[in-house]
Design a protein around this ligand. Structure first.
Ligand code: HEC
Length: 140
């Protein structure tokens, strides 16, 4: 079995444990404000979190699944907000933005709670997705 097939099988096993996600859990609560800091600092912090296998409870880092653009579908090339197949089928969301996608992957593949909405971690991972992961994938 090649590496991609093996990863695909692992992703299917991880995701099969949760068939539906409460859309309220990936929707920013009214009155909360995203953490703000220097963008370069946020992206650098986000890169560390992206590679951290202890961020969630599945033992996987974001990068375990997404290394080199793996698992992303062509929707990721389109500017946010946009429709993502996984969050549409599991949470019934027609459109999702980058921050919500971070929260969605925390809940589903990472098997943990969403990050606190005003946390530096959420702002950092979102900045990394917007400034690094998405542009790299768009350039592929
Ligand atoms: C077990 C594998 C797995 C892990 C771990 C994982 N993801 Fe994902 N992620 C997926 C899959 C599968 C998709 C594709 C969903 C789709 O397009 O239907 C995806 C899609 C995405 C997308 C792009 C969706 C789009 O088209 O706009 C982003 C951004 C993302 N993940 C961020 C993260 C972040 C941040 C983490 C870590 C907190 C993470 N992922 C961890 C499996 C994973």
């Amino acid at each position: 079995m090649n590496k991609n097939l093996l990863l695909g099988a692992a992703v299917a096993v991880v995701l099969s444990g949760c068939s539906s996600i409460d859309p309220g859990k990936v929707t920013r609560p009214a009155g909360t404000v995203a953490f703000s800091a220097d963008r370069t600092e946020l992206v650098a912090e986000g890169e560390k979190l992206w590679n951290n296998p202890n961020l969630g409870k599945s033992g996987l880092a974001c990068n375990t699944c997404h290394m080199g653009g793996a698992q992303f579908k062509k929707t990721f090339k389109v500017a946010y907000p946009h429709k993502v197949a996984m969050s549409s089928s599991m949470a019934g969301l027609d459109k999702i933005d980058a921050e919500q996608m971070v929260q969605f992957c925390m809940l589903a593949p990472m098997k943990t709670e969403p990050l606190p909405w005003e946390s530096k971690d959420l702002a950092a991972l979102t900045a990394y997705v917007e400034d690094v992961a998405q542009p790299e994938f768009q350039a592929k």
